[in-house]
Design a protein around this ligand. Structure first.
Ligand code: AMP
Ligand code: ZN
Ligand code: FE
Ligand code: FE
Length: 301
């Protein structure tokens, strides 16, 4: 029976391990089918594909995108809804233009975050943050690591709790599209779109999460990450019921970054039953332009 993990980050964005290493770790954990879902980039996929071909895993090309969602329950106050895109044709020009723009926005936002933190007396440099990002998509975790390195906080988690988490001084907004615009782009590129970690931050009230999922379903969402990381059985049953109610598929993933945060799960260490993994991969095969990466050379990007 298939063993899957469809939410994984590498050094192409804010993960700690290189794409090939993430695939090796997945293989060591007994994963047979996976998706590399870096933030705003598909640049890690060729390297991951080579490792996947070598180790006999199936690799779904993917990514995690951010969007500005104005919840009906919170008028005038947008939240950052994370959308997992699976199976896109990576040569879609419109999608690659969008990704390049988002990465540029991330660079400008990291500079602003460092400036604000400098004003707070934390002496970290923009240059060091970019060094830690290794040329990948720059995110708050890179800023967090710079703070840890300089001894201002003891862990990445503490850096978020004190400085970078939502609403903290180092949480600088950046330009984003609406979920409907992101979903349309992803569909045009031959992919499907799932809501990542439906419960997160201060969005934990079931009525509000249900409303959020309904709103996204109206915007064309294909599925929900039901089997996420450390969700309890009760939460998973609830999410599965809501997904059914709105005609949505189910996915699952560990959201592995390798940062060693207390609530982290290892790759493949998720409550995603094998028969459900197979239903998910069947959906991907039936609905995506590039369900699995075909290229095993470094030609694609
Ligand atoms: P960014 O894409 O730059 O906004 O950063 C988002 C990433 O930061 C997510 O993928 C998480 O890995 C991490 N993150 C966001 N909020 C928190 C938090 N409160 N605690 C720990 N990590 C977080
Ligand atoms: Zn991340
Ligand atoms: Fe996320
Ligand atoms: Fe993620």
């Amino acid at each position: 029976m298939a063993n899957g993990d469809f939410h994984l980050h590498s050094t192409a964005s804010d993960g700690v391990y290189a794409p090939a290493r993430v695939v090796e770790m997945a293989a060591e954990a007994g994963v047979t089918v996976m998706c590399l879902s870096d933030h705003d980039t598909t640049n890690g996929i060729p390297e991951a594909a080579e490792a996947a071909a070598r180790l006999g895993l199936r690799l779904i090309p993917g990514m995690e995108l951010s969007s500005n969602l104005e919840l009906r329950t919170r008028p005038g106050q947008a939240i950052d809804a994370h959308l997992l895109v699976y199976g896109i044709a990576r040569d879609s020009e419109a999608m690659q233009r969008y990704l390049a723009w988002q990465r540029e926005e991330r660079i400008e936002r990291a500079k602003k975050a460092v400036a604000v933190l400098n004003e707070c007396g934390l002496e970290i440099s923009v240059a060091r943050v970019f060094e830690l990002a290794l040329g990948g998509s720059v995110g708050r975790p890179h800023v967090a690591r710079a703070l840890v390195e300089r001894g201002y906080v003891e862990s990445v988690q503490r850096a978020f709790d004190e400085w970078l988490g939502d609403g903290k001084p180092g949480d600088i907004p950046r330009a984003k599209l609406s979920p409907r615009e992101v979903i349309d782009l992803a569909h045009a590129a031959g992919g499907v779109v799932f809501l990542a970690h439906p419960f997160r931050g201060d969005l934990v009230d079931e009525r509000e999460v249900r409303d959020c999922i309904r709103q996204l379903a109206e915007a064309g969402l294909d599925g929900v990450e039901v089997y996420y990381k450390n969700y309890e059985p009760e939460r998973i049953r609830w999410l599965a019921r809501i997904a059914d109610e709105f005609g949505l598929q189910r996915s699952g993933g560990s959201d592995f970054h390798g940062l060693g945060n207390p609530e982290d799960r290892g790759i493949g260490d998720i409550p995603f039953p094998g028969d459900r993994v197979e239903a998910f991969t069947q959906f991907i095969e039936d609905n995506c332009r590039e369900p699995y990466v075909k290229e095993t050379t470094n030609a694609a990007s």
